[in-house]
Ligand binder design. Sequence first.
Ligand SMILES: Nc1ncnc2c1ncn2[C@@H]1O[C@H](COP(=O)(O)OP(=O)(O)OP(=O)(O)O)[C@@H](O)[C@H]1O
Length: 643
Amino acid sequence: MYQPTATNAAQDMAGIITTSHERSLAYGLCPESHPDFDPVGRGELSLLIEQNKMLHAHALPAMETLYQQIINTHNMVILTDANGIILHSLGDADFLEKANRVALQPGVAWSEESKGTNAIGTAIAEKSAALVHADQHYLQSNHFLTCSAAPITDHHGNVVGVLDVSGDQRSYHKHTMALVRMSALMIENQLFAATFEDAITLHFHTRPEFIGTLMEGIASFTPGGRFLSANRNGLFQLGLTYSALQTHTFSSLFGLPVSALFDHYRTAAPGLLNLCMHNGVRVYGRAQLRLASGHFQVMSPPSDSDHAPRPTAAPTALHAAQAARKLSGLRYLRTGDAQLELVIDKVTRVLGKDIPIMIMGETGTGKELLAQAIHNDSPRSMGPFIPVNCASIPETLIESELFGYEDGAFTGARKKGAVGRILQANGGTLFLDEIGDMPFSLQARLLRVLQERMVTPLGSGKSIPVNVEVICATNHNLRERIARGLFREDLYYRLNGLVVKLPPLRERTDLETVVKKIISIESNNGNHTVSAEILELFRRHKWPGNFRQLTNLLRTAIVMAGDEYEICLRHMPDDFMDDIATSSPLHDAAHTDRMLATGANLEEVEHSVIQKALEANGGNVSATARALGVSRNTIYRKMPHLK
Ligand SMILES: Nc1ncnc2c1ncn2[C@@H]1O[C@H](COP(=O)(O)OP(=O)(O)OP(=O)(O)O)[C@@H](O)[C@H]1O
């Protein structure tokens, strides 16, 4: 990129001034004239401020900071709208009086059309920073001024306002222009960060230490990965224009599917991302998954989030490191299913009330996701969320894993000992998944921790106070396990303050919305849809793996569909089609037996089964053939009336 040197910049500015003077002449202005200095009326000014609310809100703190840098230098800091009308000004009292004489006051227009060459108007006309000093001003009445202005652009690159420092020309300081540029960039970045709700924002730079500074590139994407916008430095680093970027996705620019981001932030301590841009340049990145509530969430962005990201009213930029804690809030689990709504209503009532929650549900119904959402919405959300899967940790290790151990507590223990999961969850939430698989011998110990709120690591005589909220989950019938002597009744009653049951996917009435959500997460361009035929198959499927199965299936189907937007039967993996076929009416042995018992012959049984399958598939022969695992020809042969 062209990097201006001091000499180049001065030459460029001289050229800009000459062109601006020509424009001023063309506007019919006369250097000796005193054009209209009257501000717009109060009502109109209030309206302008209201219309530029976001700009105003984000600019004021930056203006204050800038003013602190130039205080007592006979200067003032000015913010204008896109037409050069002053919205707000801050200044030294002695200069203000003088400035008011040339109408550097709110409500006055400083466009080139009204004031000729001046830093504000010229910055707007040139869409670049402008320094206009003394007699470079077109109007003689402004020759006592020195003004440095930088345009503020929005996420489309349109000028939405100007930041300016104007003062007595004798107070000129060569660093003022740089300060104004930096402040304008700061305002732009804040506006940018606040522009999109329900979006992924990537902060990136070739050098890790530049992330979080004014130099970072920022790019926003829909949750499905479609490019939304980039800030000035983002465009520069990507080396592409806004219009060229419109066809891009997160994966075409950074070489990774969006799902990889989600995976990254699911890890316990996600570091900076290491990404390779489309032009081969490696950059470091930090992603924010920013949603309407200001919370991060991963699994279920609103279904229409790919279409119209809404401007936000109250910006909250959360650091990406919090993403791991803020995986999802309860409101994002609401997708319209009545059973689930009830569950969410119940858990919402006990949030922060220190009531242990037990989540029941088949595998993959989202028990962990619900636990995470409860944590995220609870007053402990800034504390850790520590999941422990009691079924996946070998019985011999679960004790040390949970309670931790002291230096050299047992053979193979790490030298410095280890903090157990319970202590790691201190101040936050401990999620005990598959609690039914907790070894019986440890159940009493866990109960003691929950009652006494103290942990004693293995090999240590010292008890450490601990403050954790416990959520547990199980897909076992715990009462039955109690009856079989596998689960302690006292622990059961200690854990089941509120018991909720997540419905399996086959019982959910919001399958279509759920499918759309998963697609918006899994598909890079977010444009895939499923055919009505597939949706019908999904509705009839038993989903033994629930969300886990559906997510994997859609992930594969999206890849198979490639550039085709509609996912249909030919994109479905074979094993899924096999499952469908084996659960089809042809395999409904009871139905077949019933018919045979009534004396029906094989041909009649076949006919009846095909008829049932046709009905279930809305009369679609191809779907029926697939469902029954036979060819279309077979169907036509056996049902000649369909030909
Ligand atoms: N509402 C949902 N929307 C989209 N994906 C979901 C939803 N609920 C769960 N999932 C996804 O399904 C998978 C399984 O979810 P989760 O681990 O929360 O289920 P679980 O009931 O705890 O499973 P298990 O009993 O096997 O531990 C995860 O990848 C999760 O992100």
